[in-house]
Design a protein around this ligand. Structure first.
Ligand code: PGA
Length: 249
């Protein structure tokens, strides 16, 4: 059976390197071998954490990358730099970045650059709202198809897709989605990926993200038909994050 994948997205937290080190220390205390655990800290903390924690059974990732590797671009970092700083993974097209104006076209460029640099790339997709007519399905289909355009089957070896309904993300959201609905949606996403990659689509891991916590983690994986979870808030609470990791295993 393939390893489950649990990814922690720290977003704009914590406020100091000391706190970041402490979360990593507690999180890595008893990690099961059956699960791949990835932590995505703010990029400014990445190289320190990745270099000093090299021996830990934990992988690191970035929350975004610029679609080019060099140039006169103030304030950005490219996928090759992220790799060199210790990242093995990259989150691409998170809804909070899309909210800053990132389009499917930008996400597509970032995804291809990230995959080409050898980063295991987690493409985020998800509708803002659900409607009774199923329009959200065409939205989701277009979002995924436009984001993976030009991604070849060999590049898809390192692709992960995270389904993150925007309405389920964050403190002010409606909370995690129903695992039965997740099951239906993950079948739908698989079908969309199959249309592009053929049978290769079956080896692209699917993650769920949106208000994952220690209580719902197991049911989301078991009944939701996904290979792992993308965790926001609860990945900053090392004890809760460990419980989520345990529940997934
Ligand atoms: P949340 O965030 O777990 O805090 O809802 C998930 C995410 O944005 O990836």
């Amino acid at each position: 059976m393939a390893k489950k994948i649990i990814v922690g997205n720290w977003k704009l937290n914590p406020q100091s390197l000391e706190e970041a080190e402490s979360i990593v220390k507690i999180t890595s205390r008893k990690l099961p071998r059956t699960t791949t655990v990835v932590v995505c800290p703010p990029a400014v903390f990445l190289s320190h954490l990745a270099l000093t924690k090299r021996k830990l059974p934990l992988r690191f990732g970035v929350q975004d990358v610029f679609p080019e590797n060099s140039g006169a671009v103030t304030g950005e970092y490219g996928p090759k730099m992220a790799r060199s700083a210790g990242a093995d993974y990259a989150i691409i097209g998170h809804s909070e970045r899309r909210a800053f104006g990132e389009t499917n076209d930008t996400v597509n460029k970032k995804l291809k650059a990230s995959l080409k640099a050898g980063l295991i790339s987690i493409l985020c997709a998800g509708e803002k709202e659900r409607d009774h007519h199923g329009h959200y399905l065409s939205f989701l289909k277009a979002q995924i198809e436009e984001s993976i355009e030009g991604v070849t089957r060999p590049l898809a070896e390192k692709l992960i897709v995270a389904y993150e309904p925007v309405w389920a993300i964050g403190e002010k959201s409606r909370g995690a989605m129903n695992p039965r609905d997740l099951h239906e949606t993950s079948l739908f996403i698989r079908k969309v990926l199959h249309g592009h990659f053929g049978n290769k689509a079956f080896s692209v891991p699917l993650l769920y993200g949106g208000s994952v916590d220690p209580v719902n983690a197991r049911v989301m994986i078991k009944e939701g038909n996904v290979e792992g979870l993308l965790v926001g808030r609860e990945s900053l609470n090392a004890k809760h994050f460990l419980k989520i990791i345990e529940a997934a295993g």
